[in-house]
Design a protein around this ligand. Sequence first.
Ligand SMILES: NC(=O)c1ccc[n+]([C@@H]2O[C@H](COP(=O)([O-])OP(=O)(O)OC[C@H]3O[C@@H](n4cnc5c(N)ncnc54)[C@H](OP(=O)(O)O)[C@@H]3O)[C@@H](O)[C@H]2O)c1
Length: 305
Amino acid sequence: MVPTIPTVRLNSGYEMPVVGLGTYARKADPGQFRQAVECALDAGYRHIDTASIYNNEEEVGEAINNKIKQGVVKREDLFVTTKLWNDRHAEKDVVPALKESLERLKLKYVDLYLIHWPVSVNNKGEDENIDHSETWRGMEQIVELGLARTIGVSNFNEQQLSKLLETVKIKPAVNQFEINPTFTAHNLVDFCKKMSIIPVAYTPLGLISEARPEFKGVDVIKTDPKLGEIAEKYKKSRAQIGLRYLVQRGIPVLPKSFTKSRIEENLNIFDFQLTDEEMKIVDGYNLNHRCVPGLAFKKYKNFPF
Ligand SMILES: NC(=O)c1ccc[n+]([C@@H]2O[C@H](COP(=O)([O-])OP(=O)(O)OC[C@H]3O[C@@H](n4cnc5c(N)ncnc54)[C@H](OP(=O)(O)O)[C@@H]3O)[C@@H](O)[C@H]2O)c1
């Protein structure tokens, strides 16, 4: 049975399904993104997260258009996000950058367009340090042109968001950043909510996923018996408990998977509810450990972390 996915209302008035398929992968075989997105849409996902830098917009768009043609989904029932890369922050570049993404996706509009990082870099790798209010004017033109229904940011810290909010005509609706049981990010989550900005969790599985051997040593959450007991109680996996914990905090999640069983598993988190005590246990795994420290951007003035 295909589950119904709850949605959250954005300050733009549009609804975002609280689980979306993440599509970033360092390595992928040809066709793997297309297969994952098709599998997700068959499983009931209606929210897909991509970015121009992921180099997969063609495959993501192909999958979406295939499923529309097959009558599995309608465009108006989907929520598609893509993102502006760091080399297109100049106001004049923003609309053309999204038009190029739409061309690759073969879509007329996206539901959400995000500034991917608060850093701007030219093609020589030098810091351009473009003011976010300038980039945002380009983002606002996108809404006026109907190329994106909603606009937002990603990886912005509290100071960067506060400053941006002083000059905007259209408020950002979303800040997408890392949130998971070992990086709980309470301060930024609370700030976003106070500002009517929805915090969206990337890398929502973080250290829970056994598919990430690179974090060996800080991954006690994979073996901790208390989490095992909670999972056992609800007949769910540790990953599902981690995703449920975020959704119960009011945070939409974007788990990525290429594996059919996991794609299905990650959507199947709406038939149980964690108790307050269980929420505290999961929250207690916080290590302030970022799986995505963004070190490549550390040398730039607007590095957010
Ligand atoms: N805005 C940004 O700067 C930014 C940064 C990072 C990520 N993101 C977005 O957020 C998405 C998710 O982040 P992420 O890909 O870094 O991390 P993630 O979704 O937390 O974890 C992905 C890893 O977990 C595995 N996995 C998936 N479901 C699982 C399950 N049920 N049990 C165990 N392992 C599972 C996947 O393996 P398999 O594929 O082998 O199943 C993959 O190795 C990205 O794909 C991207 O769309 C955005």
